[in-house]
Design a protein around this ligand. Structure first.
Ligand code: PAF
Length: 293
């Protein structure tokens, strides 16, 4: 199949590399200006990809979007005239809230949402390291997307484990809860994920999870506080040596995904008249840091 990977950061480069090795035609769309990009994954042979080539985008069966949430709408709008209306759009990023805008800009395309727990690290623009195997969940965000379950087999062949989720928003909320707990705290304090296991963060984590849980339930999805807290503690432990993506964004003075993580929860909470002071405080703190630059 023909894929265009939009935003070849760590996860995008990982997928581009595995999909190419599985025999697919892969082009990239990135902020780099070169018309060819070389990516080498771990000890495999390096692959060369065409970059920013409109005709490759026009021929793409799948547009795999691995951009960070804040720039998804902007970049897809710029590419819109090249995207075939049959092309399956897959959004794979931390946070929630981009799908509505994409449905408006590209109303005829099948739209899928994905979440992955694969670990990837990009020490430089031509290297990607697969740091931890994980699972990818894929599900439909519109009617046409429901016809695209076959993509699970294609993606699974390239980079297992991939599964279809009939209620992908539930999976995205579960992931959002993890990001709401880990990302802002590690970003504000500039610490590794594992530091959050220290007793000084216990009460704050409990408050964050309790508020997010209330919002998830009000949105009509399932969440149970103790269960969610246990999952978050497990992720903190499993990723204890990692710096979260938001910690890295703040460390490098890049705009973070706060509007699509904590900000999304705060927005939904307001719609349901739910008080979320712990999350609101974290949102304000990250915004304040960003405004200082
Ligand atoms: O955003 C991240 O860094 C990751 O989603 C997670 C799970 C918080 C681990 O660092």
């Amino acid at each position: 199949m023909n894929f265009t990977v939009v935003g070849p950061g760590a996860i995008g480069s990982l997928w581009a590399s595995y999909l190419k090795d599985a025999g697919h035609h892969i082009s990239l769309w990135s902020r780099q200006t070169a018309n060819q990009i070389v990516i080498k994954r771990d000890h495999c042979l390096a692959n060369t990809f065409t970059n920013n080539d409109p005709s490759s985008v026009m021929n793409a069966d799948v547009i795999l979007v691995t951009l960070k949430a804040p720039i998804v709408e902007q970049v897809l709008t710029q590419m819109k005239s090249y995207i075939n209306s049959d092309a399956i759009i897959v959004l794979m990023h931390n946070g929630m809230g981009t799908a509505e805008a994409i449905k408006t800009h590209l109303p005829d395309n099948p739209l899928l949402l994905a979440t992955t727990t694969h670990g990837a690290y990009r020490p430089s623009s031509d290297l990607v390291s697969h740091t931890g195997r994980g699972k990818t969940l894929l599900g439909a965000a519109n009617q046409k997307g429901q016809q695209c379950e076959f993509l699970v087999e294609v993606l699974n062949h390239a980079l297992a484990d991939v599964a279809w989720h009939h209620n992908i928003d539930q999976a995205l909320w579960n992931k959002l809860a993890i990001n709401c707990a880990i990302n802002p705290l590690t970003a504000i304090h500039q610490i590794r994920n594992g530091e959050l296991a220290q007793p000084q963060y216990h009460a704050q984590l409990t408050a964050i999870v309790s508020e997010v849980c209330a919002v998830i339930n009000a949105q009509g999805f399932k969440a149970e506080e103790n269960n969610l807290r246990q999952i978050i503690d497990e992720v903190i432990l499993a990723t204890s040596q990692n710096f979260s993506s938001m910690e890295q964004d703040i460390a490098h003075q890049r705009p973070s995904e706060i509007d699509f993580i904590t900000g999304y929860v705060v927005k939904c909470a307001h719609q349901h008249n739910i008080a979320v002071p712990a999350n609101q405080a974290l949102y304000n703190a990250v915004k304040q840091i960003e405004q200082r630059w």
